[in-house]
Design a protein around this ligand. Structure first.
Ligand SMILES: Nc1ncnc2c1ncn2[C@@H]1O[C@H](COP(=O)(O)OP(=O)(O)OP(=O)(O)O)[C@@H](O)[C@H]1O
Length: 524
């Protein structure tokens, strides 16, 4: 609590953990400030990615028309528009023609300051020639802003600055925000989550300002404690790992109480199989999850599974019908089943929809003639099966395949499979944890490659989490907090008794094929 005599800073640092609705909060505050924005001043929203830029623009546009003096974009595009283009030439720091490249300068065998000095020399030499690298944008902007007149003008122009995903700003970017704060003309709102600072591999910052600013008076700190994304069990679980916030479960629509499950296998195919089985096992997962994330530090973690299951990545049960249709389509179009989607050049979801149309068409008329099915297939998919094939052997073959196809489709136990059939928007996403940031899924499987990595994910000591330079602790938090209803964890190496005990203390339940056999579970 602030003492009475202490002035509360007009600048705000909003700490908002996973699933707290940061974007919604940000948009609300931006809208409020747009109302107060004089036409001669600007409001700036800094985002971390182009996708985030588009999302904020789209969501704002749903409610208001965005005025000309509102800028939403990455720090780089902001600095190019507001610093480099207007002032770089006047100060003769860049020539008339400039080219911005995303080329990254890599220098070997030099460390620390030496590395940065050398890198800056190259960046400066290139920018004098009009070639501005991605890294060079911030460096050049800071150089331009050293000029007192330019800095004062720049600061005066900007009335409001919002920074989304502040935890991902590096020191150079933070120095720009500091220039604006010290300029005293700008009100600043920084929004972020210290526990989701996972971009440190770019530039090591031991004590990121999102942490250090919390102990200072320059920013008034606000915490958003609500979690609108996850079930009560998941909110409780992820609370163990957040260093600043204990979140409150707020999405009362998620009533399921699915446990957090540790899958005991170390073999990837089996881990994935167990996970998909658990997703359809009401004892563990009340509602069958439609969107499933498979997360690991590296993409290649799941390669082994994906290669073995290409074209059929999804759970066997959910895709029995689609799989059967694909088998026949493969035979009719003379293409390998796994190559069909590519062959038709279609999105997976679109392809599945058409398969289902075909399914319902065949089911709708038990006496449908072979040539009608072929005509229908020709209207459904971009390549033709010609019923007038001159070679009668081939024609006979096609007829026979279609005949068997009809029989098989008719014989499917409709009631038993209908849930799976209409499950056409079932989605599997294999992602690195980094890529999953900002996204959410009904069910998440997070696979650690070693016990050491797993233990980092499960670290509950705040100081150890804060001093983790590798991001591993926070990567665990990001992975776990993507889940709405169901979270499973696994490890590719066997784990020790003490790790089991730790998982146990965290309320995690264990699952293996043996557990299933013991319980004699029947899957949906
Ligand atoms: N005020 C709210 N009321 C109800 N639902 C909300 C509210 N704010 C957000 N949500 C919903 O909660 C979910 C999580 O929100 P969102 O993805 O914006 O969180 P976030 O803070 O960006 O999380 P993360 O940092 O993990 O990406 C979304 O499904 C969103 O629609």
């Amino acid at each position: 609590m602030m003492g009475r005599s202490k002035k509360i800073s007009k600048h705000k640092l909003i700490i908002a953990a996973a699933g707290s609705g940061k974007t919604r909060e940000l948009i609300k505050r931006i809208k409020d400030k747009i109302k107060l924005l004089p036409p001669s001043k600007h409001l700036i929203v800094i985002t971390y990615t182009n996708a985030a830029t588009n999302e904020i623009k789209e969501r704002l546009e749903e409610e208001i028309s965005i005025p000309e003096n509102v800028f939403i974009g990455t720090i780089h595009s902001f600095l190019i528009k507001y610093v480099i283009k207007p002032y770089g030439k006047i100060l003769r720091l860049v020539p008339d023609e400039i080219t911005i490249t995303d080329y990254d300068i890599k220098i070997d065998s030099q460390t620390g300051n030496q590395y940065y000095q050398r890198k800056n020399q190259i960046i400066n030499a290139l920018s004098r020639k009009g070639i501005i690298t991605y890294d060079g944008v911030v460096t050049l902007a800071k150089k331009i802003l050293k000029n007192d007149v330019v800095r004062a003008r720049f600061c005066k122009r900007i009335a409001y600055l919002f920074v989304d995903e502040f935890q991902d700003s590096d020191l150079g970017q933070f120095q720009i925000f500091e220039i604006l704060r010290k300029g005293n003309c700008t009100e600043i709102v920084l929004v972020g989550d210290p526990e989701q600072n996972i971009m440190n591999f770019r530039k090591k910052i031991t004590n990121h300002p999102i942490v250090s600013l919390q102990g200072k008076k320059t920013y008034h700190v606000e915490c958003i404690q609500n979690n609108y994304r996850s079930s009560e069990t998941i909110v409780e679980f992820i609370n163990h790992f957040h260093s600043d916030i204990k979140q409150l479960y707020k999405n009362k629509e998620i009533t399921s109480k699915n446990p957090i499950v540790f899958i005991e296998s170390t073999e990837l195919n089996q881990i994935v199989r167990n996970f998909n089985d658990l997703c359809t096992n009401k004892e563990y997962c009340e509602n069958k999850p439609k969107k499933r994330f498979f997360l690991a530090y590296e993409n290649k973690e799941f390669d082994e599974y994906r290669i073995n299951n290409s074209g059929n990545r999804e759970s066997k049960q959910a895709f029995k019908v689609i799989d059967l249709i694909m088998q026949y389509l493969g035979a009719l179009y003379n293409v390998k089943k796994s190559k069909l989607i590519n062959h038709f050049n279609m999105e997976t979801i679109e392809f599945r929809k058409r398969c289902l149309n075909l399914f319902f068409k065949i089911r709708s008329d038990p006496n449908m003639k072979i040539e009608h099915i072929i005509t229908y297939l020709n209207s459904l998919f971009p390549h033709k099966i010609s019923p007038l094939e001159e070679n009668t052997n081939i024609q006979f073959k096609i007829d026979k395949i279609v005949e068997d196809f009809i029989k098989d489709i008719q014989s499917i136990d409709f009631k038993k499979n209908i849930d799976n059939i209409i499950d056409d928007d079932y989605e599997d996403h294999f992602l690195t944890i980094h890529k999953s940031k900002g996204l959410q899924a009904d069910a998440v499987l997070a696979v650690a490659s070693t016990e050491k990595e797993l233990l980092k994910w499960l670290e509950i000591d705040k100081n150890k989490r804060l001093s983790d330079k590798t991001d591993d602790c926070r990567l665990g938090y990001v992975a776990f907090s993507r889940a709405k209803e169901f979270l499973c964890i696994a490890c590719r190496k066997s784990i020790s008794d003490s790790t089991r005990q730790h998982l146990n203390n965290l309320g995690v339940v264990f699952y293996s094929d043996k557990t299933a056999a013991k319980k004699d579970l029947t899957y949906v």
